[in-house]
Design a protein around this ligand. Structure first.
Ligand SMILES: Nc1ncnc2c1ncn2[C@@H]1O[C@H](COP(=O)(O)OP(=O)(O)OP(=O)(O)O)[C@@H](O)[C@H]1O
Length: 320
């Protein structure tokens, strides 16, 4: 059985906008507009989309914070909005922009509260806390009030808090937002390990595509409340009509090379950049260049996933 199941899920918000002095106009916002997907146990999936696409609304329906306007949601066989408390024992949530930690208390106190709130058996709490403290580098921070922690430290503290009760699934909403390179790497490494060693199912929402590239084999792209893509990260390149680049170093400066199937995008001294479709093989181009030109060195650059997704959003915006 799939661990997470969504079938034609919708969430419509009724919004009142001020129009003139007294008048207010009602209108509907279709935050999630008929989304269906399943996630098997143990998978780590990226859930991405531009601002306002409906990502947080989906996660809130998966946790039971919001009730869907239509469709069917099941997490571990449970309907989240009907049995929110029962589900809470099986899920963990981290919202990058908000903290679940107690602001004025030392970090350890938030963990002690979670210990009691979730009724975690003592031995299990100890073992989980020790593991998080070690892997997330929290030893020096446990006695520090949360408000004194840096963003990266606080985020690591939040991730630990979400895991003390051994959730089977972890929802992460922007877990690396605002973090420096070292903290990002630490968080990613921890998540990768959590997914492979503990088998925790992870749904990861992020604007940082490196998170997705480094962590997720599968990615779902949502826009205007609809699922635009669900599949392998590599497949995004094909639908994005993206290009790979041959970086060619020649013995000397030459005019732009004439190579069938590729076009020169840039020339800088003896170096030229040739773009070709990501779906095509580089081999015939390399043979052609090596036989026709004084070649010194050559490398292939993969398409930039960021550019692919930006193009996807732009195409979608044009369609209306
Ligand atoms: N409580 C609410 N009341 C009214 N409209 C809402 C509410 N929550 C979300 N929306 C609207 O629903 C749409 C989807 O919002 P949501 O927060 O799910 O997007 P998101 O993909 O998480 O965006 P971001 O990347 O900016 O966090 C937006 O148009 C938003 O304004």
């Amino acid at each position: 059985m799939d661990f997470i199941e969504l079938e034609d899920v919708r969430k419509v918000f009724d919004v009142r906008k001020k129009k003139g002095f007294l008048r207010r106009e009602r209108h509907e916002v279709r935050a999630v507009d008929g989304i269906s997907f399943t996630v098997p146990r143990g998978e780590m999936v990226g859930y991405i989309g531009p601002n306002g696409a409906g990502k947080s609304t989906t996660i809130k329906m998966l946790t039971g914070i919001l009730t869907p306007s239509g469709g069917r949601v099941r997490v571990a066989g449970i309907d989240p909005s009907r049995e929110r408390t029962r589900l809470a024992h099986r899920i963990g949530v981290v919202f990058g922009q908000r903290t679940t930690l107690w602001w004025d208390l030392p970090l350890i106190d938030s963990y002690k509260l979670a210990h009691r709130m979730y009724r975690i058996p003592d031995a299990r709490f100890r073992a989980n806390l020790d593991r998080c403290v070690e892997l997330l580098d929290l030893a020096e921070l446990l006695a520090v009030p949360v408000r004194q922690l840096s963003l990266g430290q606080r985020m690591r503290g939040d991730i630990a808090a979400a895991l003390l009760h051994d959730p089977e699934v972890l929802y992460l909403d922007e877990p690396t937002i605002g973090l420096d390179v070292v903290s990002k790497a630490k968080v990613r490494e921890f998540l990768r390990d959590l997914n492979t060693s503990a088998g925790t199912t992870i749904l990861l929402t992020t604007h940082d595509l490196q998170d997705i590239e480094q962590l997720c084999k599968r990615v779902m792209v949502i826009d205007h409340g609809r699922l635009m893509y669900d599949g392998a990260l590599a497949g995004l390149h094909e639908i994005g009509e993206s290009e790979r680049t041959l970086v060619v170093d020649l013995e000397r400066e030459l005019p732009p090379l004439d190579v069938p199937g590729a076009r020169v995008r840039r020339v800088e001294g003896p170096r030229q950049w040739l773009a070709f479709p990501a779906s095509a093989s580089a081999a015939p181009l390399v043979t052609e260049i090596a036989s026709a030109y004084p070649l010194v060195d050559l490398s292939v650059r993969e398409p930039d996933i960021e550019a692919v997704i930006a193009k996807m959003y732009a195409d979608r915006a044009e369609l209306g």
